[in-house]
Design a protein around this ligand. Structure first.
Ligand SMILES: [Zn+2]
Length: 348
């Protein structure tokens, strides 16, 4: 990586990337990605790396724009074309690289902003956005699997002509001329869509002592309140509704009752490999995470609470869950498995 050319305007772009990456309301773990274009080349975050580290290690990989844009224009794009367009190096470009190539402006950032996701999982999300984003240049995109399918849909609808695209059940893409402009727009959208949520009341002391079962308490934070909020428990355990929650926790968020049978239930959950059953809510007690969960699961657990607490505070009537085909497509996704292998410290 070190012999490869560095991104132009490197400092400002990498600094913006790191700032976004260290704000848990915008980016969690290896989620989110940024890019900058120069001529026929685009630097984009590498799969499995963390934006938070953009200022301290190489996380950007150069990709040739021409071949990707040609495939998008011809509507022949498939996910494998990302690897073909990537210049030599040890890292893979993000699976979300193609939509970065689609946008004309030089700087693009994609974030899993918790207030945006809280709105974009509502069945009436588009109606809600219409008032809240008034005056901004924005477009809506229904959920599609990230990668080639999402990029081709954004190209066909013309949504990529807007500076802001809200992705149903997923997050936010913002493009602009400078890193400063893009970051300011992201923060403006986050602020407009945000709603106050109740202050946390539970600490993690009530989920300690089960270490022998393969589960450890989630880090201290508001997420333990999931255990005492029946409304949030119902929302969390009904099914997956955003890509990263599914790939980090598996298809089911588990709810268990405390008591004598708890250790046996937990042991049962670990009979299938992670990420299955990575997050368990112990009713009235707090949140446990699998000891062998993917790196970043704690960050995603925090975001699960942040999203659902906002969704509940919005008073939205219905959450749009993934159907079986959407969930299966994400779990079977080769590129996602590669990202997971990087996060588990065991690259494929
Ligand atoms: Zn994403």
């Amino acid at each position: 990586m070190t012999e490869l050319p560095r991104p132009p305007g490197c400092a400002g772009f990498l600094e913006m990337s790191a700032r976004l990456g260290t704000d848990p309301a915008l980016v969690q773990a290896a989620g989110g990605n940024t890019s900058i274009k120069c001529g026929d080349r685009m630097w984009v975050k590498a799969s499995g790396t963390w934006l938070a580290e953009a200022g301290t290690r190489d996380v950007m990989v150069p990709v040739r724009l021409g071949p990707l844009r040609e495939r998008i224009r011809d509507r022949t794009l498939v996910d494998a074309h990302v690897a073909e367009a990537t210049e030599a190096g040890s890292l893979r470009a993000s699976v979300e690289t193609p939509f970065h190539a689609l946008f004309d402006p030089p700087v693009v950032a994609h974030v899993h902003c918790v207030s945006t996701i809280a709105t974009a999982i509502a069945e009436d999300g588009l109606d809600r956005l219409t008032g809240l984003l008034d005056g901004l240049d924005w477009a809506w995109q229904e959920y599609l699997k990230p990668g080639a399918p999402l990029t081709l849909a954004l190209a066909a609808s013309g949504a990529a002509q807007s500076r802001i695209v809200v992705l149903g059940n997923h997050g936010l893409i913002v493009s602009g001329e400078t890193p400063e402009e893009v970051e300011a727009t992201i923060r403006d959208v986050h602020h407009r869509l945000d709603v106050p949520i109740p202050a946390p009341g539970l600490d993690r002391s009530r989920v300690s002592g089960w270490d022998e079962t393969g589960y450890i308490p989630a880090p201290e934070g508001p997420l333990h309140d999931l255990a005492v909020r029946p409304d949030l428990i119902e929302l969390a355990t009904k099914g997956p509704f955003a890509p990263d929650f599914l790939v980090f926790f598996g298809p089911d968020v588990r709810i268990v009752d405390p008591g004598a049978t708890l250790p046996a239930r937990l042991a049962e959950f670990t009979e299938v490999p992670a990420p299955f059953n990575s997050l368990v809510i112990v009713r009235d007690h707090g949140v446990l995470l699998r000891r062998d969960a993917l790196s970043g699961t704690a960050e995603l657990a925090g975001a699960l609470y942040d999203v659902l607490a906002r969704f509940a505070a919005m008073g939205a009537p219905h959450l749009r869950y993934f159907d079986d085909a959407e969930a299966r497509a994400l779990l079977d996704w080769d590129a996602e498995k590669y990202r997971q292998s990087l996060n588990s410290g065991n690259p494929a």
